[in-house]
Each structure stands twice: as structure tokens, then as C-alpha cells.
Design a protein around this ligand. Structure first.
Ligand SMILES: NC(=O)c1ccc[n+]([C@@H]2O[C@H](COP(=O)([O-])OP(=O)(O)OC[C@H]3O[C@@H](n4cnc5c(N)ncnc54)[C@H](OP(=O)(O)O)[C@@H]3O)[C@@H](O)[C@H]2O)c1
Length: 484
């Protein structure tokens, strides 16, 4: 099955920070893949902008190298790459100075979609917004895309929202959370709201608990000093895990429109209970066999920042009262995997007697690797050995169900950038959502600071500190394995 690609309208996309790491690894290769697929029209243009004095050709060389390194192999040949590069331009610009802005204004067309991607540190968002306005480059029709982190607490997030709203309406601001761009995340909504099968069971009466795991094998490596000011709570939970939790827990929106979906997500964040300290486990990876410990990576032997966090949350509303949500994320863990598992309750009475190792129905939504879903169902073990029950997966991996071509799903960034061009904000965070998430996060972090809470050490390659296992054991449950 080949998916249909509808070209988007012609556009000028300016990437501030066009020579940076994110542009090189994600944004530019992603745009190339959209070009290769036929979604980016021939009269669209991409304009890189940063302080480095480069010519168009020098920037094209940079982009060509990025494509060859990071765009999926086999997508297009040399001619395709050359054709893409002809649509690339560059302007040397200083977000905090005056050089380059007049040239950018002359370059931008007024009769196409205009989008400005702020792929620079958040300290420059205000400068960019103000200069785009001052030089009359941006008007109330254009769009801006801002990267994470969106603030480091409620106060800074409010300040940032305040600064951007001086120059742009909320409908123009696209706050990226690339987890929302993943194919499976959207499929989660399709499965929940497009089938009658799941929705009647999607509540505290039938769901025992929900586990959300985002595990990485890498440490904080070269960005230790940056990460140490953030930690897993700010870097992962406040944004990515919170967004996944919202999509799982939200009520059906009245339609699939941006604000209808975002209203429902906001209600979930507002319904989150404060989390008592005994329901949170923080960890830091130890060093082992030539691998540096977290504290060595962070270059602070007394660091109290967490590289792992596990927590039990409650969403206090009619649907979820009594069903815990367990969130877990960390670095240097056993495998790189992201998944959501909806663990259903057992049937009220077993006509087959007790079967101690049975786990019942689990719906697993895998975000990486191998995006897809599977549902564990109980069947009879084949053979003449009597009525013994086993669980088998009903698998729905995109590769198997739809064929290899459809399984080659667009990377989250490419999908989200195309949504910006189409003007669809459904998969972007609204300002009030971000602020509500910080309002819930802040007291937890403040509690750690006040009590000088010390993260527990865990072994690299493990599933995190042992105390994290206890969060579920004490309820008679267990975490799913962190497996590739
Ligand atoms: N890298 C990732 O994987 C990743 C993931 C998620 C979010 N993000 C976020 O994305 C943003 C960019 O990250 P990055 O990793 O790409 O950073 P980076 O590699 O440090 O790149 C920063 C970019 O900003 C430009 N820049 C810096 N100061 C400037 C100024 N005064 N005027 C104009 N341009 C300026 C730099 O070019 P010049 O020095 O030539 O000006 C460079 O192109 C950050 O907000 C980051 O938190 C990054």
C-alpha cells in the first residue's frame, strides 16, 4: 500500500540556527525527505540563517552533507539532492544585532506561506520575535516554530509566552514537542476514537494501571553541563511524558480540531494530583567499565540532578479515579525503548481457576523502536495438556500490516514541519498547556531542592534504581521489562 502525498502550498521557511545541530540532524534532512516524497513543492524555499558568514553555495554544501549523513538511505539520487539544494538559500544574521535583517526582508515573498523556525537557544526567542516585527518581516499571517525547552519553570514559561504574544497571536505560535509528531501517537488517537472496541473499556473500571516508559541507553555525554541544570523531570517528564499521558487520559474531543484536542489535554493536566515524595524515585547512573558516571559527565561530583525518574500519578476525574499512571524515563538504561502500556484488569471471575503467572490483557503502544501496537490476549495453550492459558500478542506493526513502504513512516520533525506549513496546530502545545504542566512540575522540583533530595545510584544497563521497582511491587504489579 503506497500512501498518498499531497503537496503543501508554496512556502518560505526561515530556519534561524540553520547551521546548528538540530537543523543538521533533523530539520534539513527531514525537509529533504518531504521534497523527495513530492510533498514540498518546487517553488518552496528554505532559508538558513545564523551568524556564520556563508554564501548560498557554502550553506548548500553544509545541507548536502547533512542529507547524506542523516536522510534515510536510498531516498533520492544525486539529481534529487541537487534539485533540493537549488531551493536552499542563506542569510548571515545576528539575532541580537542589525546585520542581515534587511536582506532577509528583501528575500521573503509576501504571497506564500511564511514560517520562521527558532532553532536557537530560548534566550534568543525574544530577540528574534522583536526583530522580525521591527523589520516588518513578520505579520499576523506568518507562523513561528519554537523549540524546547519552553521555560524552566512556570515563571520563565509565562515570561516567554508574554514576550511572544507581544508580536504573535497564539494561532501563529507552534511549540514543538516532537513526541507528538510520531506516527504511533496519532494512531493512538485513531485507535481510541475510531473504534468502538476500546473506548468503553478506557476507564478506571477496566484499566488496572498505565505505564509510560521512555528509556535511553546513552548518557548525558557531551551535554552534561547543560543537562545538569535540567534533569529528567524538566527535560522529559514536563513535556514529552506529560503529552503522552494527556493523549491516553483525555476525554474524546468533540472534533479533531487543534483547540478541541488541546482543550481536552489541558483538562488532564489540571486534574493531576500533586505527587507525594513516596511516589517518586529519582536516580543517577553510576560509572562502570570505562563509562563515566553521571556526576563525571555532568562535571559536578556533588550534583543532585536526576538522570532517571519514576513516579506514580493520579488523574482526579470521573474516568480515572483509582487508576494509577506510572511514568518512567532515564538515561543509560538497559535498552532504548519508548512505549505506553495500558494494563487491563482481570475478568471478575476466572472459570479456569487460579493461574499465577498470567498478566491479563495489555495494550502496548510502541513509539520506538519499530513503531506499532500490540495487544496481549489470553488463549488456550495448544496441545492436549488440558485447559492451560497463555498470553499471545495480536500484533499490529506498521511494517507487517501495511507493507514496507508504509512502514517507512515520516520522522516526527518532517511531519510537524509540514503541519506548520498547512497551518494545523493539533500536534503542537498551546501556551496554557505548557504553563499548566509547569504549574504541576514546579512544586515537585521545589520539594527536592528544599529537602536536598539525593538521587539513588543505579547501574548502567539496568532498569534504574531498585526503589523504582517497589513503586509497582507494593501494589502487587510490576514494570514491563525494558527491552529493545
Ligand atoms: N540538538 C537537538 O537534538 C535538540 C533537540 C531538541 C531541542 N533542541 C533545541 O533546539 C535549539 C537549537 O539547538 P541546537 O542543538 O541546534 O543548538 P546549536 O547546535 O548550539 O546551534 C545553535 C544555532 O544558533 C545559531 N546562533 C547562535 N547565536 C545566534 C545569534 N545571536 N544570532 C543568530 N543565530 C545564532 C548558531 O549559529 P552561529 O553560531 O553561526 O550564529 C547555530 O546555528 C535549542 O533551543 C535546543 O534546546 C535541540
Amino acid at each position: 500500500m503506497v500512501s498518498r502525498v499531497i503537496p503543501v502550498d508554496p512556502f518560505d521557511l526561515v530556519i534561524f540556527g540553520g547551521t546548528g545541530d538540530l537543523a543538521r540532524r533533523k530539520i534539513l534532512p527531514g525537509l529533504y525527505r518531504r521534497f523527495w516524497s513530492g510533498q514540498m513543492p518546487p517553488n518552496a524555499r528554505i532559508i538558513g540563517a545564523s551568524r556564520k558568514p556563508l554564501t548560498d553555495d557554502e550553506f548548500r554544501e553544509f545541507v548536502g552533507t547533512a542529507i547524506r549523513e542523516f536522510a534515510i538511505q536510498g531516498s533520492g539520487d544525486g539529481e534529487q539532492v541537487d534539485a533540493f539544494l537549488r531551493q536552499i538559500h542563506y542569510v548571515a544574521i545576528d539575532a541580537r544585532g542589525d546585520n542581515g535583517w534587511a536582506k532577509l526582508r528583501d528575500l521573503i515573498r509576501s504571497d506564500v506561506v511564511r514560517a520562521f523556525y527558532f532553532s536557537v537557544g530560548p534566550g534568543l526567542f525574544g530577540d528574534l520575535a522583536e526583530r522580525l516585527h521591527r523589520y516588518k518581516i513578520a505579520d499576523r499571517q506568518c507562523r513561528i516554530v519554537v523549540e524546547k525547552p519552553f521555560g524552566r519553570d512556570l515563571k520563565t514559561a509565562r515570561e516567554l509566552n508574554g514576550t511572544l504574544s507581544k508580536y504573535f497571536d497564539e494561532a501563529q505560535i507552534y511549540r514543538i514537542d516532537h513526541y507528538l509528531g510520531k506516527e504511533t501517537v496519532q494512531n493512538l488517537m485513531a485507535v481510541r476514537f475510531g473504534n468502538i472496541l476500546f473506548e468503553p473499556l478506557w476507564n478506571a473500571q477496566y484499566v488496572d494501571h498505565i505505564q509510560i516508559t521512555v528509556a535511553e541507553t546513552v548518557g548525558v555525554g557531551g551535554r552534561g553541563a547543560y543537562y545538569d541544570k535540567s534533569g529528567a523531570m524538566r527535560d522529559m517528564v514536563q513535556n514529552h511524558l506529560m503529552q503522552l499521558l494527556c493523549l491516553i487520559a483525555m476525554e474524546p474531543p468533540y472534533c479533531f480540531e487543534p483547540d478541541a484536542v488541546r482543550d481536552e489535554k489541558l483538562k488532564v493536566i489540571r486534574a493531576l494530583d500533586p505527587v507525594p515524595p513516596e511516589d517518586i524515585v529519582r536516580g543517577q547512573y553510576a560509572g562502570s567499565e570505562g563509562q563515566a558516571s553521571y556526576r563525571a559527565d555532568a562535571e559536578d561530583e556533588n550534583s543532585l540532578t536526576e538522570s532517571f525518574i519514576a513516579m506514580k500519578l493520579h488523574v482526579s476525574n470521573w474516568r480515572w479515579k483509582g487508576t494509577p499512571f506510572y511514568l518512567r524515563t532515564g538515561k543509560r538504561l538497559k535498552a532504548r525503548t519508548s512505549e505506553i502500556a495500558v494494563v487491563f484488569k482481570d475478568p471478575p471471575h476466572s472459570i479456569f481457576g487460579t493461574q499465577p503467572d498470567r498478566r491479563g490483557n495489555v495494550l502496548v503502544i510502541r513509539l520506538q523502536p519499530n513503531e506499532g501496537m500490540n495487544m496481549r490476549v489470553t488463549i488456550k495453550e495448544p496441545g492436549p495438556g488440558g485447559m492451560r492459558l497463555i498470553e499471545v500478542p495480536l500484533d499490529m506493526s506498521f511494517a507487517e500490516a501495511l507493507g514496507a513502504e508504509a512502514a517507512d513512516v515520516a520522522d516526527a520533525y518532517e511531519r510537524l514541519i509540514m503541519d506548520v506549513i498547512r497551518g494545523n496546530q493539533t500536534l503542537f502545545m498551546r501556551g496554557d498547556e505548557v504553563e499548566a504542566a509547569w504549574a504541576w512540575t514546579d512544586p515537585i522540583i521545589e520539594g527536592w531542592t528544599k529537602t536536598e533530595d539525593r538521587p539513588r545510584e543505579y547501574l548502567p544497563g539496568s532498569t534504574g534504581p531498585e526503589e523504582a521497582l517497589m513503586l509497582l511491587y507494593r501494589e502487587g504489579q510490576r514494570w514491563r521489562d525494558i527491552a529493545p
